[in-house]
Ligand binder design. Structure first.
Ligand SMILES: [Zn+2]
Ligand SMILES: [Zn+2]
Length: 409
């Protein structure tokens, strides 16, 4: 077998891996929205797969799939419904900057074939099975069996339970492990501790008459925040704005992919989905929690809320902000950029770790269970450093491929 690493190799973004067995299987085909120069990057070209499998809907895994619109692709039902929304939104924002057209997008949607968790599909001598990755709705790990060898691509995964999803299981007897390593050198704080800090902030700010502003990714984080807040408090007014509203509806369409769908449905019913100017106004008129995209504050309604909130309000980031985005500028330089103008922000802010990725201990544990003969580290900022550590301190055989590299396995 061979693995072609077409992206997410020595970086996070544009995940794309082509596995050669008796067939050519493309796993993910993502986009990198912002590289160092602020432009989008696509997978290193390589075409003509026999089969395409999508691990999950995040654009860094799915964003270039319409380029492969000639080919049948497999993914879970929530993944299909979510990419539809995300691709449409990308076309609206990036238009000509995208490597595919409206016709490609339409054709790609028709080529989707559902593949459920624990269902196996066979092509030639190669078998492909998806497992729950515990990351976002419909997120899957890709488990491939060929001539008695097992190749396992984790996609993005999380081992700890969240309110929305049960954590991913551990797997034994993996031969080749293709492992995401986003948090290879960082540990997450305990979620219950983070929840506590969030709720303390909520009560303090609301008692003082302010708004808690949660800039939030529309996909995954918005839903987890709704579920978290309602787990601790059923009364506080919560407003949800931006694309997160539409994604939340898709989550509810696929209750089987939610850990406690009943509780989530109740939680969603009890929050106000903002649907017009009067709603937007009442969100900041009273002390409340406002969950709104964009998570990195580049676009979305969150900026308006910030400018309309009173001085007792507080911003809480719950996700990672890429360098030079508004969220990053605010945290590091105290301003944001709107209409090419630098605007100073005086509101206090805090960062809380609600990551949907496995932390360092979980990655090490996952490897220990899998006990693979080879580990291919992808989707991380310092995969080379992690490879060296795994080899020298733990005696594994780990490598950190570079972009475009072809590995014999
Ligand atoms: Zn992801
Ligand atoms: Zn990812």
């Amino acid at each position: 077998m061979e693995l072609e690493c077409l992206g997410a190799s020595g970086e996070v973004g544009r995940s794309a891996f082509l596995l050669h067995t008796d067939k050519k299987i493309m796993m993910d085909y993502g986009i990198k929205l912002f590289d160092e120069s602020g432009t989008a990057k696509f997978p290193v070209e390589s075409i003509d797969p026999d089969m395409v499998v999508l691990s999950h809907a995040h654009l860094d895994h799915s964003g270039c799939l319409p380029m492969l619109s000639k080919y049948r692709w497999y993914a879970t039902p929530p993944t299909r419904d979510i990419v539809d929304v995300l691709w449409k939104d990308s076309m609206k924002i990036m238009g000509e900057g995208l490597p595919y057209t409206l016709a490609d997008y339409k054709r790609a949607l028709k080529k989707w074939t559902p593949l459920l968790y624990e269902q196996t599909i066979r092509t030639g001598e190669t078998e492909v099975t998806l497992h729950d990755a515990g990351h976002i709705s419909g997120a899957a790990m890709v488990d491939i069996e060929y001539q008695g060898k097992r190749v396992f691509y984790t996609g993005d995964f999380k081992c700890q339970d969240t309110f929305m999803h049960k954590g991913a299981d551990y797997y034994e007897d993996i031969d080749i492990l293709i492992l995401e390593s986003t948090y290879a050198n960082r540990e997450h704080p305990k979620r219950s501790d983070t929840d506590q800090i969030l709720m303390d902030n909520v009560y303090e700010t609301i008692d003082n008459g302010g708004n808690i502003l949660l800039p939030s990714f529309a996909l995954g984080r918005t839903q987890e925040l709704i579920a978290t807040i309602r787990n601790y408090d059923k009364e506080i007014p919560v407003f949800v704005d931006g694309m997160g509203r539409e994604i939340t509806r898709i989550y509810l369409d696929h209750p089987r992919y939610i850990r406690d769908a009943k509780a989530f449905r109740r939680a969603v019913k009890s929050v106000r989905m903002v649907s017009g100017i009067p709603d937007k106004k009442s969100a900041t008129r009273e002390p409340s929690i406002i969950i709104s995209s964009a998570g990195m504050m580049n676009g979305g309604p969150i900026l308006n809320y910030m400018f309309h909130s009173n001085a007792q309000s507080k911003l809480i980031f719950t996700g990672y902000c890429v360098e030079e985005t508004n969220g990053w500028l605010l945290q590091h330089k105290g301003y944001i950029i709107r209409d090419e103008e630098e605007l100073h922000v005086d509101l206090p802010w805090e960062y809380l770790d609600f990551s949907a990725h496995a932390g360092r201990a979980d990655l090490l544990n996952f490897i220990k269970h899998a006990n693979p003969e080879k580990i291919i580290l992808v989707h991380g900022d310092d995969t080379q450093g992690f490879a060296t550590e795994l080899n020298e301190a733990f005696g594994y055989n780990a490598i950190a491929p570079k972009e475009g590299e072809r590995i014999r396995i």
